[in-house]
Design a protein around this ligand. Sequence first.
Ligand code: HEM
Length: 215
Amino acid sequence: MESFSTLIRTASHEQHTEAETSTFMSALLGGRLGVDAYARYTEQLWFVYEALEADADRLASDPVAGPFIRPELFRLAALEQDLAHLRGPDWRSGLTALPATQAYAARVRECAEQWPAGYVAHHYTRYLGDLSGGQIIRDRAERTWGFAKKGEGVRFYVFEGIANPAAFKRDYRELLDAVPAEELEKQRIVGECKRAFTLNTEVFRALGEEFPLSA
Ligand code: HEM
């Protein structure tokens, strides 16, 4: 039988392509957006990671979500450094979540509080993506806006505590395969992963509307 890590990857493949090729992501990867759009996107990520990481201490002792809580993944401090660089020391005063971001963060919080297995779906969707495609985004951001390589402005994409991302991802997939959940619950987790992708795509859509490309 197919492993759970393979199942969740396969099930979200189509939506992954959709997210990757969304207007906003394509424009960002194509170097066609200003640094302001990148900063706005980074602000949205702050709300998502605040929701993912605010409850980490409590989730660390949860039998299902606990094994996934790894401090080397935490991104909130890195996001705050990036925002200080992008927006200045007063970055917090102008920080606002788009409605799509509010909806995304609210769902993450709801899972964190009420459904640890659903939280795992959100954890997977963000952190494994950051370790993978995130590196492509970092490279493009460095080239487009001249950030120092792995420096100020792109710290979010730099996992200082993970020397070997490929090995880390292998271990992570083993954690997924070992999730103590029965078949139906695993299907629900896959469903939540799809929802997580949809929530991301909706944030991209909203950002695309805020930063339309001039023809
Ligand atoms: C420009 C955007 C993106 C690019 C270029 C990209 C690229 C990639 C690549 C190349 C991989 C494969 C890594 C590997 O096999 O080790 C990957 C994996 C992944 N990406 Fe993305 N990605 C992007 C956006 C996203 C978004 C928006 C999400 C969701 C929020 C996401 C979530 C994931 C996940 C969860 C995986 C791990 C799949 C698995 O192996 O189980 N990616 N991405």
